[in-house]
Ligand binder design. Sequence first.
Ligand SMILES: Nc1ncnc2c1ncn2[C@@H]1O[C@H](COP(=O)(O)OP(=O)(O)OP(=O)(O)O)[C@@H](O)[C@H]1O
Ligand SMILES: O=C(O)[C@@H](O)C(=O)CO
Length: 425
Amino acid sequence: MILGCVADDFTGASDLANTLAQGGMATTLYAGVPEAPAAEGVQAGVVALKSRTIPPAEAVAQSLAALDWLQAQGALSFVFKYCSTFDSTDAGNIGPVAEAMMDATGAARALVCPAFPGAGRTVYQGHLFVGDRLLSESGMENHPLTPMRDPDIRRALARQSRGPVGHVPLSIVERGPAAVAEAMAAETQAGRRLIVADALTDAHLIDLGAAAGRDTLITGGSGVATGLPGVFLAQGLISVSRARWEGVDGPGAAVAGSVSRATQAQVAAHRAAGFAARTVTPEEAMAQGDGGPLADELADWAAEQWSRDPAAAPLIYTTADPEAVSAAQARHGREALSARFESLTGAVAAALLARGARRLVSAGGETSGAVVAALGLRAMAIGPEIDPGVPALKAEGRPLALALKSGNFGGPAFFAKALAALGKP
Ligand SMILES: Nc1ncnc2c1ncn2[C@@H]1O[C@H](COP(=O)(O)OP(=O)(O)OP(=O)(O)O)[C@@H](O)[C@H]1O
Ligand SMILES: O=C(O)[C@@H](O)C(=O)CO
């Protein structure tokens, strides 16, 4: 293994694995810290954690356990992947995990760049933008767990870190890798070891990769890894590998527990296109305890759609608009409701597989973590990109192709497009 990656959520891990695989690295996505060694030939290993919103000390402990395993596989370079909208609070977890990983690897510094131009996320003057809006006016200011009200990443990071934060502005990034390397060395010298870099385009990210790709640790959204395969290739550490992708054929379905804007549009578009869709209300979910009959009822409903039309693409969703979500959280408690929805969605996914599903789309980071855990998946191979940041995946040792979609990723027709990319009915 050349590159070891720790990701703070499952869809983010699949986003990063996509970048590395499309760059030509033989990449495997691991659900949690594996117990067994990596298979022969894996050049990039991405360990998916569910550590974005857990207490900082736990996030640090889990990330260091993942790091240990990656080091044991031979990796000497590391990426810490967080969200391209920098999802975190003043308590963490980006600063604490980045600093702990620097300490554990002996890294002198760590580049910090959440930019992902393909998904509209750019960094300019240390400020993060989503499309033409500052992060703090992008809708992320209302995020239920990690409201992002300060678009200045340098300030946001400094509040959750022990050490001071440095910056490499666009004027330097525009001058190319040598200028960036010089500026990063100056920041490190001055004791600013977490270094935010501006980036507006993939070309900027490739230059950042050329400047920092030999560093022990870099951190960011998936975009920060754009230049890495090229760096490893130039060093002769890898040869480009493109495993042939074959999907898995059989019944397909989508489950959505994401309440993000893009998912809302995708649910509406799937319905409007005439696909079968069933919603689950908070009351239905809360009315039954864990392990109640609802998951089986929903999976039976999906199986009925397949028996009528093998090409059916049934969707089961809890997605609702922000007002409905807030009202439901006030009625049932945010954590209790999320926990119940997540265990239900995981149970639905397992029940779908038991009824023969071979292609599965899951929308939402937390939701996908619950789905992957309920299915007991351990490792996934990376296939072609479906939409920016979302690859087709294949479960190792199981006849299942899947797509794990971050809340705000994917075009309106994503569910149907993804199911078609995963295989035939
Ligand atoms: N109708 C609803 N009301 C309240 N909570 C909901 C509802 N539907 C889903 N949830 C919960 O909201 C959370 C959504 O988080 P999730 O990470 O899955 O999606 P997201 O935030 O849109 O995606 P991402 O993290 O990839 O951006 C989950 O815990 C889910 O169970
Ligand atoms: O970086 C992103 O935006 C995504 O991979 C993600 O982590 C969203 O949860």
